[in-house]
Design a protein around this ligand. Structure first.
Ligand SMILES: Cc1ncc(COP(=O)(O)O)c(C=O)c1O
Length: 433
């Protein structure tokens, strides 16, 4: 007889299981914490504050310059721009591209809105393409979605798994489009031996609750000097700065722009995190492989597909439940594992829950709720506004609707990994038909 689940009053696998939400990370007592700040991070913050007392500088200082240079170099890029969040990074990328209103950006609907809302602020219309078994955007559907208005394809490397960059690049080349990489969940993942963020025209990262964090922060890299100059200006009110591309301009606002500057505290923490992130990632990859192998005799749970020669860095470790194999939804499966003391969640961005799931279901797009009572930009230069209620991505709705995801930590112990395997096995045998 299957063991009684903790959610039904049984004994949890992790004793004293007490799942709570803490910021962006879910933790359970006795389990690895989402962050791993140590004396080095704390010393970096102290140093910045002491220096600010002496010279009054808290923005665009030596910490930011160092991080921009080092991070860009690690991505074979000449230029880097640090900003205050991932959403700001992508807003800046669209600002750098400076598209005409009414043009289109093709994106997966399974991502943070932060990947595309910057486009909407620039008058762009998101067009959502389906995903494949890698959970990344399907190049064939991207090609089907191209129109005369398409200007940008954005490749979101999902959960740490790389998009098919060769196929996306050849589509972008054929139609003369910008290829943007969203590496937020995939810092130092690789596509066929190439680090993500080094392949597109311009790439962005979020540093909030991802492989590395500066208590927020976002990053942009590119080799395109025009994109860099406009992007740098866009993130800083298009003003001249002594260390920026507009330094020889008069001190005026040169074009419509935002202030997305980070502070030196964020940059200093990121400089420390950059020395530790490879260790976190190695641990996550090792632990993810052990968890996958620890449940490999359960054919009803299929891990996210990874192409041979790609490096998935497992920001999240996800599985799809086989159709009709369990007496529960994937949401209920995840809740039961969580009850055992493991930080697991159900379908990504709530797929399957009305009004949630793929971005085209979210009110901002479903109701075209953007600029007052107008339908701008969704009706700009069109006979009628775009109707996202008609968007369908059947493969993604099916796959993501059956998904469960484990938030990986760089500091799982062997005992944690054993508990994860035991909990998933316990819940699987309880619900199996
Ligand atoms: C793929 C992706 N893009 C963009 C963002 C937006 O980043 P931020 O939350 O730092 O604004 C996130 C954050 O969750 C993300 O996962």
């Amino acid at each position: 007889m299957a063991e009684k689940l903790a959610i039904h009053g049984g004994t949890p696998v992790v004793s004293q299981a007490n799942i709570s939400s803490l910021g962006t990370g879910r933790i359970s007592s006795g389990f690895a914490a989402p962050y791993d700040f140590d004396e080095q991070d704390i010393a970096a913050v102290t140093r910045v504050l002491q220096k600010a007392n002496e010279d009054g500088s808290l923005t665009r200082g030596s910490e930011q310059n160092k991080f921009e240079k080092d991070f860009a170099a690690l991505h074979d890029s000449k230029y880097g721009i640090l900003v205050n969040s991932g959403t700001s990074a992508f807003n800046t990328i669209y600002g750098a591209i400076n598209p005409d209103p009414g043009t289109e950006v093709i994106c997966t609907p399974w991502t943070s809105a932060g990947s595309v809302v910057g486009g909407v602020f620039h008058g762009m219309v998101p067009v959502f393409a389906d995903i494949d078994d890698t959970l990344c955007i399907d190049p064939e559907d991207v090609e089907r979605k191209i129109t005369s208005k398409t200007r940008v394809i954005i490749a979101v490397h999902m959960f740490g798994n790389a998009c098919d960059m060769d196929k996306l690049q050849s589509i972008a080349d054929k139609h003369n489009l910008f290829l943007v990489e969203d590496c937020s969940q995939a810092t130092f993942s690789e596509y066929q031996g190439k680090v993500v963020g080094s392949m597109g025209d311009i790439s962005g990262w979020s540093f909030s609750g991802k492989h590395m964090t500066g208590g927020g922060g976002g990053m942009i890299t590119t080799n395109n000097i025009k994109l860099y100059e406009r992007g740098f200006g866009y993130s800083d009110q298009a003003l001249n700065r002594s260390d920026g591309p507009y330094r020889d301009y008069p001190y005026v606002h040169n074009f419509l722009a935002q202030n997305y500057k980070p502070n030196e505290l964020t940059a200093a923490v990121l400089n420390v995190q950059l020395t530790k992130v490879h260790g976190y990632i190695e641990n996550k990859i090792r632990d993810a492989k052990n968890i996958i192998s620890g449940i490999s005799d359960i054919p009803e749970l299929t891990p996210q597909k990874v192409r041979p020669n790609d490096r998935h860095t497992y920001w999240n470790l996800s599985f799809a439940l086989e159709k009709n194999a369990y007496n529960c939804s994937s949401e209920e499966f995840a809740k039961a594992v969580e009850g055992e003391g493991i930080p697991m969640s159900g379908p990504y961005i709530g797929t399957g829950t009305p009004g949630q799931g793929p971005l085209y279901n979210h009110p901002v797009f479903a109701n075209l709720d953007a600029f007052g009572k107008s339908k701008y930009p969704f009706d700009y230069n069109r006979d009628r506004p775009v109707d996202y209620k008609l968007t369908k991505c059947p493969n993604g709705e099916d796959l993501m609707g059956r998904g469960i995801a484990l938030s990986m930590r760089g500091s799982f112990t062997e005992e944690n990994v054993g508990n994860i395997i035991e909990s998933i096995r316990k819940v699987s045998s309880h619900f199996k038909k």
